[in-house]
Each structure stands twice: as C-alpha cells, then as structure tokens.
Design a protein around this ligand. Structure first.
Ligand code: AMP
Length: 395
C-alpha cells in the first residue's frame, strides 16, 4: 500500500498531532549545539499551519531518560527555538499526559503545543497501548516526520497509528528520506559504489551483506578494514580487530561477492592515537603499530572509483577522524564525493558530522538525518516499523 503524504490532505480546522525527532545535542548549559534536526522539520510544520490546521500538537523524545522526568532532557530549549523560528507562541506542557492538555486544546489563542519529552514515560518505548491511545486522543490526524526514530516500535511512532486509520500521514522529511534511500536501494544507477567505515564489522554485517547484492564496488576503510585484512592473512599490528569480526570478515570473503570488496593498500599508523602519524608503504601494519586512517594511495584509489560512480552511499569514517592526525582519509572521501556528479547519500552520525564539519553537506544529494534508521532501512530492504505502520496501518 502506498504511504499517504501530507501534500494532498485537507488540514482545515483539524487538530494535528505530529511526531518529530527533536533529539538535538545540548551543551552542559542546556543550549542546543546543532539545530539541524529541528530545522529539518520546519517545512512540515509551516505547511500544516498554512493549510489551516486549528491546533498543532508536537511530540518528540530527547536523550535517554529512563522512563522518568529529568530536567536535563526537557524539551524546553526546543520550545524556545521553535517559537523563535516560527514567530508563534509554543506552549510546552508539563508532561505529555498532562490533564491540562484537553483545556489547552479548547483555547483559540493556543496554536502550537509541544508535549514534554515522551521518554519521561516508560510506556513510550514499551509501545504501551493505553499510552498511545491517550496521545491519539488529542488530535484528529497523525503526522509522522521522525525519520530518526522510524526504526523504533514505540507508542508515538508505531502504536499510535491504530487510532488514525486513513488519517496517518508522512511529513516532508520522511518523504525525502524514503525517496533518497529507495533510489539507492531499489533503483541505483550503475556503477554503484558504497563506502563503509567505522569501528565494528559486527554492527554492519547485515548492511554489508545487503549492499553486496547491488553494489559494483564496496570500499572499506576505518577500523572495519583490519578484520578483513587479517582474514586475508595480513599483519594488522595493534589495530582494533576483534576475533569475532575476523570470523565475520572471513565468511564474507568466502562468498562470490568478495571480488567487489576493496581494502586499503596503505595506512596511516602510530604507536597510539596521541602519537605522530606514519604512512606504511603497503597493506601490512607493523607489529608495534596501530592503523588509524587509510593511507594516501588508498585515498587516491578510492577517490578515483568514486569519480566514476553514478550512485554513492557512504557510511562511517575512514579513520580516527576526531584526531587531526588521522582525519585526512575521512575528509578526503567527503571531498571526493562532493566533487562527483553521482547521486550521493551520506548516512550515519559520524560521516554526517564529517561532511558538516567540512562544509560539504550541500554538495551531497542527500544527507540523512537518521543514523541508525538509514542503516536499518537499507538492511531491511526498505522497511522500518514506523514506516510500515504508515503504509499498512496496525490493529
Ligand atoms: P561507527 O560508530 O562504527 O561508525 O564508528 C565510528 C568510530 O570509529 C569513530 O569514533 C572513529 O573515530 C572510529 N574509528 C574509525 N577508524 C578507526 C581506527 N582505524 N582506529 C580507531 N578508531 C577508529
């Protein structure tokens, strides 16, 4: 069944409850340090308001409170930021179950209500039926635009759909994420090149297996490369490399798709992450050293493959990029993708952070707002609980 989008829905006079992902990073004074996630919801909020909705009830989680209120996870900074951006008062409720909400909904002067952090109640993550019903009771229509939490089967992303048959819609952000990821997953223009990095093979084994079905080349970097090199019988010194990951890498290399996998041909190494960087002249890492970035020859060769690609998917840094000495591979890959004419999608927290830090985000075709969600979407061949609930409804 096709997902219903907000584009053609008649919102005039309707009370609309919207699930967003306002899970923004805060500094120790409670100031928002990166507003991207809130900014990416403004298009949907403004659209629904312009279409004449009578009330907008916004809901989200923030951080990882343990099912009880914690001041540091209050959505208060989000309420202030939204009010500022929209030029409308945003009323933050004391709790998402506050008895006063029903009264607020009758006040003509109150247009936007932000429910306090959903995860102050354990029922949210437990997908509790009664809790979902209570949230649903505030509105006539449900909009989900929280791609970052679409892989969670929670009350506000999943259970709530039961109360809105035919009136559960996807917002613009969800629409964009689905379109971009589907283009990579279902109809990738060839050559399709995936770049995978990060720390652990075990975390990404499913996505590697899924991608090997459709990619022409899988360029591996970061600490993820060492188990593959070790599985091929090479020396990896003191690099991050668990026995479990070597076993998984061996199994992948034993399949017919192994010829699509490319591994680093040189490395930036050091005795520890705080020491000076050295470059190896081949794929082996000396016994007393650890690999901390891909080397210049690897970067050149990967950049060349990227330049010839028509579709690119990138997830995970190429090295310990938080340290200046070991960030060249990650920023080099970001630049290579930015200069290519391919349809390019970047997903995953660290690679997105690197692209933003390099100021290259607007040169990518799509930068996903959902790290875990974008990976799971690809792993599962395009299905996530929050999206399936919109597509098929639930009972
Ligand atoms: P992941 O969450 O699996 O994408 O891993 C990201 C983390 O892996 C980042 O914090 C990187 O600094 C780290 N990382 C990537 N390559 C290396 C490496 N060669 N050695 C140590 N850490 C690395």
């Amino acid at each position: 069944m096709a997902i219903k989008y907000i584009n053609d829905f008649e919102f005039e006079g309707k009370k609309v409850i919207c699930r967003f992902d306002f899970n923004v990073p805060l500094d120790k004074d409670g100031k928002i340090t990166d507003t991207t996630r809130i900014d990416s919801t403004l298009e949907t909020i403004k659209f629904i308001l312009e279409k004449g909705a009578s009330k907008l009830i916004l809901m989200s989680h923030l951080g990882r409170p343990k099912g009880a209120p914690e001041k540091k996870y209050s959505l208060e900074p989000v309420a202030s930021y939204l009010a500022d951006k929209l030029g409308v008062e945003v009323v933050l409720t004391e709790s998402c179950l506050d008895r006063g909400i029903k009264t607020l909904l009758t006040l003509p002067e109150t247009k936007i209500i932000l429910l306090e952090n959903l995860r102050f109640h354990a029922e949210e993550e437990a997908n509790d039926h009664e809790f979902a019903k209570r949230l649903a009771s505030y509105a006539d229509v449900y909009v989900n635009d929280a791609f970052g939490t679409a892989h969670r089967k929670h009350a506000s992303t999943y259970g709530i759909n039961a109360a809105f048959k035919g009136k559960a819609l996807a917002g613009f952000l969800l629409q964009k994420e689905i379109a971009a990821l589907d283009q990579v997953l279902k109809t990738p223009k060839k050559p399709f090149v995936a770049v995978m990095g990060g720390a652990k093979v075990a975390d990404k084994i499913k996505i590697i297996e899924e991608l090997l079905r459709s990619v022409d080349s899988l360029l591996i970097g970061g600490a993820m490369a060492y188990p593959f090199l070790k599985a091929r019988g090479l020396e990896v010194g003191k690099s991050l490399c668990s026995a479990e990951d070597v076993k998984l890498a061996k199994a992948i290399l034993a399949t017919g798709a192994a010829s699509k996998i490319r591994l680093p041909i040189d490395h930036i190494v050091s005795t520890n992450p705080d020491s000076e960087a050295n470059t190896t002249n081949n794929e082996s890492i000396p016994e007393e050293m650890m690999g901390l970035d891909i080397g210049p020859a690897t970067l050149d060769s990967y950049a060349h493959t990227i330049a010839g690609a028509a579709t690119i998917l990138w997830n995970g840094p190429m090295g310990f990029f938080e340290k200046f000495n070991f960030n060249k591979g990650t920023f080099g890959i970001a630049k290579a993708i930015a200069s290519s004419k391919a349809f390019s999608v970047v997903g995953g927290g660290d690679s997105v952070a690197a692209v933003n830090e390099a100021g290259l985000a607007d040169q990518m075709s799509h930068v996903s707002t959902g790290g875990g969600a974008s990976l799971e979407y690809i792993e599962n061949g395009g299905s996530l609980p929050g999206i399936q609930a919109l597509r098929f409804g639930i009972n």
